[in-house]
Structure formats: C-alpha cells, structure tokens
Ligand binder design. Sequence first.
Ligand code: AMP
Length: 111
Amino acid sequence: MSEDCIFCKIAKKEIPTEFVYEDENVVSFRDLNPQAPVHVLVIPKEHYSSIREVTDKEVFAHLMYGVQKTAEKLNLKEFRTVINTGAAAGQTVFHIHVHVLAGRDLLWPPG
Ligand code: AMP
C-alpha cells in the first residue's frame, strides 16, 4: 500500500467503489471520466507505480487475467486495452492500471 495512492484506497475498499471484477490479486472498476461507453480500469491490489516498477512478472499475468474476466463479466467481445507509462505518455495515476475500452469505434491509429 502506498499511502496517498487513490487506487490503493479503492483496492482496499477504503473508498467505496463498485467492482466489475475482483479476485485475490486484482480489482476492476469503472473509470470516473470515461473515454468510451465502456471504460473500466483493471489494477493489481499490490502497489506498483507503473510497468517499470513491477518486480514480480506474475503481476502481468494477474492483470491480463483480470482484463479477460472483466470483459467476460461485461460481455465484451471486442475491446481495446491501454496502459500508459509515464506522464508524457498520459499516465496520471501512478498505480499501474490497464484501461479496457469498448462501445465505440476504437480503431488505432484513428482515421
Ligand atoms: P491514466 O491517465 O492512464 O493514468 O489513467 C488514470 C485514469 O484513472 C483516468 O482515466 C481517470 O479518469 C481515472 N480515475 C482517476 N481517479 C479515479 C477514481 N477515483 N475512480 C475511477 N477512476 C479514476
């Protein structure tokens, strides 16, 4: 747990949040400021600031499993996953998270 980390507080249920999916390693929940009709964040319960700080490769498996289970729960057949690493790449919350986006045209690159 990192003390002032909002996602740690969500994972620890210190901030009441409805989870889309939860297991012993990860939780997922709706993004506060959705960028698509479906926009969910999957996070590990353990704190790592970003991909760069992850020291246990199992965390990556847990995160991807969380993405799969989250998509299953929401009955998503097609979706995009995004991980921002570092402020210049758009990371604003420094607890690793995978964005799961669906429900609109998500082709990349756009146009
Ligand atoms: P990133 O820009 O990749 O770091 O993504 C952080 C995401 O967290 C943004 O899409 C925010 O809208 C979202 N966010 C920030 N605080 C909360 C919160 N308390 N609950 C849900 N989503 C949040």
